[in-house]
Design a protein. Structure first.
Length: 223
């Protein structure tokens, strides 16, 4: 029977997060903190070289043509305009943040700009999400095919996670923060990222061993 996110975090959170942040275990443990983070005051509203390099810690690479457009082109200016509408303190699950990640909202607009395949500079949905998660780690989740499989591939994952994190006066957010504190991870690693790590770690091996379309754990989380 599918488990809830809260069940999983309470039972597996400390072990999964601790394993991820064991020294030398995963390059992704530097994603949030590299060069001071993507949401630091001097670069929070624009994509910079540090961000392009940081996403490589999560095993993706921004194509060179996209990178140049983000650093010094129209694409970068357009994405920056949307980032300026997304406060760095906005946290998924908090009051009012659902409007920021709703269809047609500033986060969605930025994501659409990045994945627009009609442009020479379009990138896939995984890279687009990781770039935005680097810039707004409290608001935008790191999301790939493994985590999507764990969650049952919801159509509007940002809003779905917002509802989960807001439920019962933020009970899930509190549980994630507790796991982070127990493991001793830098609080620059958001609770949203803690959730991603727990879900990714518990499913990564099983997902890679099988055809993703037939993955036996497709709906192992109840949302």
């Amino acid at each position: 029977m599918p488990e809830t996110l809260l069940d999983i975090v309470r039972r597996e959170g400390v072990g999964q997060l601790g394993a991820y942040f064991r020294p030398g275990a995963y390059t992704g443990q530097w994603f949030e903190t590299f060069a001071g983070g993507g949401d630091r005051a001097d670069t929070r509203d624009r994509i910079v070289v540090d961000d392009l390099y940081a996403v490589e810690a999560l095993n993706v690479q921004v194509p060179f043509a996209v990178g140049t457009e983000l650093l010094d082109g129209r694409l970068g200016r357009d994405v920056s305009a949307r980032l300026r509408q997304l406060p760095t303190v906005a946290e998924l699950g908090a009051d009012g943040t659902d409007a920021l990640v709703a269809d047609g909202g500033p986060a969605d607009q930025a994501w659409q700009l990045l994945v627009d395949r009609n442009k020479r500079t379009g990138v896939g949905w995984v890279i687009a999400g990781k770039l935005l998660a680097r810039k707004r780690p409290r608001l935008i989740p790191v999301y790939d095919s493994i985590v999507r499989c764990q969650l049952g591939a919801p159509k509007r994952v940002w809003l779905t996670l917002h509802d989960q994190l807001a439920a019962n006066d933020g009970e899930l957010r509190a549980a994630l923060a507790e796991v982070r504190a127990i493991v001793g991870v830098d609080d620059k690693v958001s609770v949203l990222r803690v959730l991603d790590i727990v879900l990714w770690r518990r499913h990564e091996k099983a997902h890679r061993r099988t055809d993703p379309a037939a993955c036996p754990r497709l709906r192992c989380v109840r949302l």
